[in-house]
Design a protein around this ligand. Structure first.
Ligand code: ADP
Ligand code: MG
Length: 575
């Protein structure tokens, strides 16, 4: 079941490609070169889609997004030494986000090891700390099937993560006798684990006795496809919920029980919080005062036992698959129905706060002054966004403010800087989302909302987008800088008498940069917009055109910021 009829010998590259196909790998991203070009060719020949990128880092981000969106790992294929080093950022990001990913790195020939071989680098040991599993096959190429199966299984079982397989150059081209290759079939889907029944009983009773309950829905719930069960729990028990950034859309943002717009208040005064696949890390302020009530009872639902009890002492821990555990909770509430009353002080306090927060944003959005501010820009974008679009976003203010205005209605439709707070992921993520959309629903759009600084990290992937003709809409929210920039006049004034390196504030980027021309350079559509009317018009045009990539460069007030906050949502050490 491995070889073709009458086949006697195949190359190591072919064995690797067949092993990947056997594990149901559908997408491979990378940059070819010695010694992996043959692997990409062999994979493509088998029908695995190969997407050549411009930097391994972006390739690795794209592959990891495939893992999150589809539940099966994408592959990132890189050359030895520097190729692998560029991919390390993507491996770290996947692992920290708990997303499945397979990185395959070519490495130097074994008989040249420790001799100063071309691009020689300790690849396995360097990948070790960024992955769940990293290995160099020993009996290659005969054992490739085993190693690839083990890597794929490790990437999706338990808490998902990144895995690395090293392939020495001499194994790629070597011809092997097909009879010596040990076939291994596709690993089974991850087993579903359920929580201990007494813990489920206890959790249900803590929820029933809550005065000010809150559900927090994280990207673990999105990954677990728990949308149906969680929405049912929200509605059956009438519980307020708030999503984390990538938990948005598990239950639609416009659901009447969503209290995202009263986030700080909900966190601070809740007396019982149920965490569905969200860690109490920096994004949730570690679960500690002053952001939370000192006596809040946490109920943690997670697939990773080691996560339970991090930073707080939970009232109840529910170890298991989020969807299965939510079904267990629903059973309890089916047996003895219970609903949190609507006429409570808690609901009233949350609703009041939501209304006042939304009013402040709307007022900022309605400001007519030019250049536009963030809120004006995002309100106009939100007005036209198709409900089922993928929203990819990164940048500091762009991402933080954009998240509060741009709505998600479907699970796994938002990709952003995530747990690692990483920048440069946007274009890779957008490419992955566009490929997934192309296969599932070609009408679905991918909107990538980038700060101008964030866009710069992987800007050359615009060529990749145009090469594969992916109808991605890139929106660059351009404030001439990181956090804040300066306008053209002050820029000219500043440089009249001084050298740029001694005067240009480190946060500044070139004012008035025409990023849309990066898109037109490769044949896509570019728009430069300065007014709300231009923005509306260019959005309408680009959304009507479903076949062409485009970039709208949106000039905003360089000093525009977010509205005053009681606490910063994402506390950065440098803000
Ligand atoms: P967020 O950034 O949305 O807060 P995190 O990445 O911090 O989310 O948390 C996601 C959590 O979900 C991780 O602790 C991970 O172990 C958990 N997780 C991932 N998949 C599953 C699953 N299928 N069932 C239960 N928990 C899961
Ligand atoms: Mg900026």
């Amino acid at each position: 079941n491995f070889a073709e009829p009458r086949e006697q010998e195949v190359s190591g590259a072919t064995v690797i490609a067949r092993a990947l196909l056997a594990q149901d790998v559908k997408y491979m991203f990378g940059i070819v070169g010695i010694p992996v070009t043959e692997i990409a060719l062999a994979a493509q020949e088998l029908g695995i889609r190969y997407i050549g990128m411009r930097n391994e880092q972006a390739a690795c981000y794209a592959a990891s997004a495939i893992g999150y969106l589809t539940g099966r790992p994408g592959v990132c294929l890189v050359v030895s030494g520097p190729g692998l080093i560029h991919a390390l950022g993507g491996m770290a990001n996947a692992n920290i986000n708990c997303w499945p990913l397979i990185v395959i790195g070519g490495s130097c020939e074994r008989n040249q090891e420790a001799m100063g071989a071309f691009q020689e680098f300790p690849q396995v040991s360097n990948s070790n700390i960024l992955t769940k599993f990293s290995a160099i096959p020993i009996n290659i190429p005969t054992s490739f099937f085993n190693e690839i199966e083990e890597a794929v299984r490790n990437s999706i079982y338990g808490r998902p993560g990144a895995c690395y397989v090293d392939i020495p150059a001499d194994f790629v081209t070597r011809q092997v006798d097909v009879s010596s290759v040990k076939f291994k079939e596709c690993c089974l889907p991850p087993p579903i684990s359920m929580a201990d029944t007494s813990a489920v009983n206890m959790a249900a009773s803590v929820i029933r006795n809550a005065k000010q309950p809150l559900l927090i829905i994280g990207k673990g719930a999105a990954y677990a496809h728990a949308e149906e069960s969680i929405q049912k729990l929200v509605e059956q028990c009438n519980l307020p919920f708030l999503p984390t950034p990538m938990g948005k859309g598990v239950v639609p943002d416009n659901h009447p029980n969503c209290v995202g717009a009263a986030r700080s208040r909900a966190l601070k005064y809740a007396d019982v919080i149920v965490l569905f696949g969200a860690r109490l890390n920096w994004m949730l302020h570690f679960g500690l005062p002053p952001r939370y009530h000192p006596h809040v009872k946490f109920i943690q639902v997670d697939i990773c036992a080691e996560e339970l009890g991090n930073n707080v002492r939970p009232a109840v821990t529910l170890l298991g698959n989020i969807n299965a555990v939510t079904e267990q909770l629903l059973e309890q509430f089916d047996k003895t129905p219970w609903q949190y009353p609507t006429e409570t002080k808690w609901w009233k306090a949350l609703k009041e706060k939501m209304e006042s927060n939304e009013a402040i944003s709307k007022e900022l959005a309605s400001k007519k002054s030019l250049p536009m501010n963030y809120y004006t820009v995002f309100y106009h974008i939100q007005e036209q966004l198709p409900r089922d679009c993928f929203i990819v976003s990164e940048g500091a203010n762009t991402m933080d403010i954009g998240r509060t205005v741009l709505q998600n209605y479907f699970p796994r439709h938002r990709l952003d800087a995530g747990t690692f707070g990483i920048m440069g992921v946007g274009l890779g993520f957008a490419i992955a989302a566009a490929l997934v959309a192309k296969d599932r629903n070609p009408k679905q759009r991918v909107i990538c909302v980038e700060g101008d600084s964030a866009f710069g990290f992987s800007g050359m992937e615009v060529e990749t987008i145009c090469r594969y003709n992916l109808p991605i809409i890139l929106l660059v929210v351009n404030n001439n800088g990181i956090y804040q920039g300066i306008n053209t006049d002050s820029w000219k004034e500043m440089l009249k008498f001084h050298d740029a390196t001694t005067r240009v504030p480190p946060v500044c980027l070139l004012p008035n940069a025409h990023y849309e021309q990066v898109m037109t350079a490769f044949g896509g559509k570019g728009y430069f917009v300065q007014t709300p009317e231009d923005l509306q018009k260019s959005l309408r045009q680009t959304l009507a055109n479903t076949t062409e990539p485009s970039l709208i460069n949106i000039m905003i007030e360089p000093q525009s910021t977010r509205k005053a906050q009681e606490f910063h949502w994402l506390t950065r050490s440098n803000m």
